[in-house]
Design a protein. Sequence first.
Length: 64
Amino acid sequence: MKQEFIEKYYLGKEVEIDVRGRNTYRGIAAECKDGVLSLQWNIKEEGYTHIEIESIVAMWKIMK
């Protein structure tokens, strides 16, 4: 997946991401810089997950 594509279509949106594992990552695509996507999440307190863009296999918007 390309950084420019993520910035154009997903930044600021709630997404779910597959990185070829048994788990997926979910959060708001908060920042995309230097080949890393930062997902913001809020379970009990605000936090971030940082994912290397090259490891992303699939990404989709969460529809509410």
